[in-house]
Each structure stands twice: as C-alpha cells, then as structure tokens.
Design a protein around this ligand. Sequence first.
Ligand code: FES
Length: 645
Amino acid sequence: MRRRSGARKRIGRRFVRWRPWVPGHDASRRARDTSRPPLPQGGVSSDADCAPRRPGYADEPPSQPAGLPVTSHKKTPETLRSHRWFGVSDLRSFGHRSRLRQLGYDSADWVGKPVIGIVNTWSDINPCHGHLRARAEDVKRGVLQAGGLPIELPAMSLAEPIVKPSAMLYRNFLAMETEELLRSHPIDGVVLMGGCDKTTPGLLMGAISMGLPAIYVPAGPMLRGHWRGETLGSGSDTWKYWDEKRAGRIGEAEWTEIEGGIARSYGTCMVMGTAATMMAIAEALGFTLPGASSIPAVDASHSRMAAASGRRIVDMVWEDQTPARILSSAAFDNAIKVHMAMGGSTNAIIHLVAMARRAGLTIDMARFDAISREIPVLANVRPSGQWLMEDFYYAGGLKALMGELREALDLSCVGVSGVPLGEALAGARVHRPDIIRTLADPVSRAGATAVLTGNLAPRGCVMKPPAADPRLLKHCGPVLAFEDFNEMAAAIDRDDLAVTPDHVLVLKNAGPKGGPGMPEWGMLPIPKKLVRAGVRDMVRVSDGRMSGTSYGACILHVCPESFVGGPLALVQTGDRLEIDADGRRIHLHVGEEELARRRAAWTPPPPRFERGWGAMYSAHVGQADEGCDFDFLTGTAPTAEPEIH
Ligand code: FES
C-alpha cells in the first residue's frame, strides 16, 4: 500500500496524520491542545529487551526500548518537569512565575507549554560557531511555532584552534555543564547547538546523562577554501603547505595568502575531520533530523533545519522521546558503520566509547575493528579522498551515503524524527557517484580505522590506513624517541638529527593525563632534512590523538599511555618497532627481560596540576579505550532531581 502523506499516529484518543521531518517540509503541529485528556501510558513494548546482545558490546541496559516507533504521547502538562517550577501553587512557584514576568513573559507564554532549553556553544572567538547566535533565533522561532517556551542557555564554546592546551581537556567540562544546566533549570527538552570537534560529544554526553528529550543542531561545515585557483581544505592543506614552506617551495607572501583563503565562512572544518565525523555520527545515532549534519553552515537550508529542530523538540517532549529510547547497541553499530563509510576521524572512537558508556553500553575496541573490516570508505572526501564537505552535501549528503549503506544498517532504529531509520532514508539519492561511492566501488576497501594491539599497546591503538602511504602499512624500523612534545619540537628541524625515512618517530607523554588532555600531536612533523629530500610520510607512534584533518602513517591512542607507565614509556631510541596494519599488530622488538629492567627503573612524572579543573581532570580521567570520560560520570546511575524549597 502506498503511503500518501505520512502515517497515522495515535495522539491521546485521536489519530492524526503524522509526517517525519524532511528537508524543506514541515510536519509539526503549529499549536497544541493543552486541554486534551491524560494520555495512555506504557505504549512501549519490551520486546527489544529480549534482543540478543551484539558482539563487542557489554552491559546492554535492561529496558532499552530501541527500534520502536513513537506511537503515543507520554506527557501531559501536569507531568512536565517544568510544572514543578511554574505549575504549582506555593511560595516558590510564585517567585518563579514573578521572575518570568520580570523578563516580560505572561502566563500565555508558559501555561501548559514545554520549556525548551537551547544549549548554545556560540562565542565571539569560535569561528566554527559564529552563526549559532543567529541560528538560535531560528530554533526559537520553531519552538514558538510548535507551542513551546524557548530558553537559551550559553555553554562553553571549545573553539578547537584556540582553546589550549587542548579542547579535549574540556570535553568532560562541557558534558558536565550541559547536564547540570539542564538539571538545575526548569527544562523539559533541549536543543543542543554545536559542531566544532569536542562540542558534539560534550553536548551529547551531558544530554544522555540527563536523559531529557534532546535534539542536536549541527553547526555544519564552512564553505570550500580557495587560493590561486586551488581548492583548500581545513587542516589538511595547512599541513601540506607548511611542509612546502619548510622545504622552501613557497614564501611568506604565499603563506599569508593561504591564511586568508583557507577559511572563508562561518562553520566547521570542511574536510572529514573530527567535526564532520562527529556531526555525521550524531545523525547516524539518531540525534538530528535526517540530513541535518551535511548542510553547510551558511546555506539557507541550515536556518530551516534549525527551525524545524525547534518544532520537533516540542513534539519529542510530549512523546517523551528520550535518549534512552534512541540509543542501543544497534544505533551505535549504525554510527560506527557510518563513521567507517565516511572515512571519519580516529578521534570519533574515543567519543563513541564515551557516549556509549553514558548510555550504559561498553563498546569493545574490537568492535570498531570488526566493523572497519566490513565497511569500506564510501565518502570521497579529504583527507582520505578528494572532495570537501560542501561537495558532499551537493552529492546528496549523509542521507544519500546512509542510503548506499542501507543493507548494512539496522533500519528499525528510531531517532529524533520519530520514525524508523528505513523510513527516514526514503527518497535518499546520490547525485554525484564520484563523491559518494557504492559498496561495490568504494574509495578504499581498507576500513577507515584499524585497531592494532601488541606488546607496545596491550589495550590497543589506532591508525587510519586510507590516509597513510601504502608502503608504510607494513613496516619495521629503528625508533627515534622523544620524551615529550618540547623535546621533539627542539630537535625535529635540526640538520644534524640522526634520522632516515625508515625511522619510526615515537612521542611520549601526549596521552589523556600526560598531554594533558591528549592533544592532537600525533601527526609528528616530518624532520626538516627529510622534507627537503621529498619525504612526505613516515611511521609515527604516540599516545596522543591527531586532528581528523591530518594524514599519514600515524599510530595513535597507544593505551595505556606512557605517563601512567604504559609500555610506551619504556621505548628508547635505537629499539626496533614493527607495525602491520593488515595484521592489526604492533610489536616492540625488545626482550621481556630488558623491558622488566626498564620498568623497574621507570619513575612516574610529577602531577601536571596541583589545583583547579586540571587536578580534578587528572584524578578522574580514564584511558583512551575508556573514552577518556571521568570515572564518576560514566554509567546510568540516577542523579536526583533538585528539590524545590
Ligand atoms: Fe572547529 Fe575544525 S576548528 S571544526
């Protein structure tokens, strides 16, 4: 039977026509009947509880009703969370209401209406989010259209190029801030606005832990860069032309021109860096409206998507469509598959592990590797491919890519749109098969991310084979080891550095505690004397991360890190180190006896912080395979609602 204009959906005792959101089409109701009768409860089957656990996952939450379409409303005006602040008749609620009136609101603004928090990571110094101040007004427009009360709440912005020593040091800060902003305010549902690298996982982790209905508005990529007829990609072309400058092939004038042409509009990095990867993952998990993550920041569609998200969150509150109803091992598998097909950033592994643990799921590192072997790279986007995110959007965007992956995805998962993924992907089409390739003709058959283990990394490390020189995917060479970044930086451009193209560069103390904050130092610079000789890739090994815009034979996230005494701490210049990407192996050719001797002589470095956030971070942050989350923030243990006295 042909669906004419949407399914019929039960709302209370009535059935209404129901359409999922699609770009350019608005299906939300403009007004809400707040006098409707109480709605039936318990409309969710528990069949999903019996679903077999997926390999690579542990701790499936016992009542995970994933994959079920939204069939009934759960909330009434009296059961809204904000009702405790505004709906009761006591001294405190008088104070809350009088203060809303102080803001110029009247009872018509709040009676019977969900309060929608808009957690906005706009700031004056974050160019990736420069448009989010205006875009929040689009979200508010949508919330008002659908009968909600929008309340904007600013949160830490985490501009990746600006925040030091590493924005990753503050991802958990943003997650805590998001969770506590929502807990302490009279919020019924939330629109999360971010995009620059750590903001996506930070916002989502906090929202998952808080458990209120949440929808994500991705900032979207900036426009393509340009310089003298060349198309420039964020980060990737910075590294490339920096090496050209170091080799003396371009001068200061050219370098300054590139500086002015590589970032031409608001929006996130427009290669397949961490930002584009995490926005796509948010969509694949089900946290955005279908197609939202690919829309360029400055495209008019972005404003329409923001308004539609505002409308949709109001419905999600009434439906009680919480993250717990969206997230499941199936949803995370979908996200990992999309990550691999996008040729996504290695950073995403850490964030996915952290988000899953917030939802009560533990993803084994082996799961990433298994999916990596199964799903080839389809997105022909730099640094693994040729094009940029703006081109990817014109080619059909993430919906089109997920359409190509349809056979590999669990199409029963239900995200914020309220319909199964299979339905949300209806009509998805690839307009440029050279940019979004097929499973039969991928960009690369090697998966986007390989997980290696061995005596150097007993708990794993990662690399991105499609972004490496193929001849280095199997390599054994002498080690040139640096104790920290400063030692490396002081030596790397020296003409007398004893290094050859076969050397393996090793950087220690770049991990979660050692960096601190696991900075993106993993793409160590090629020694200047080798750059001049035309060398553009070498094997580089560290416990740090690398930008998703980076490339090369970089082995990252070595776990446990050297700062806590992981085997990486014992590596010395002159050792031989072997990597085998296909065999998923990394091996330090040093005997057990010698390693034991070095371990006995090793002393832990002094703490990085004596006080403040850094001290709290150092005391509680986990290793890379644990998602670098805080030990007291993972899991699903409930936190009490605030008392109102
Ligand atoms: Fe913000 Fe790359 S610097 S997304």
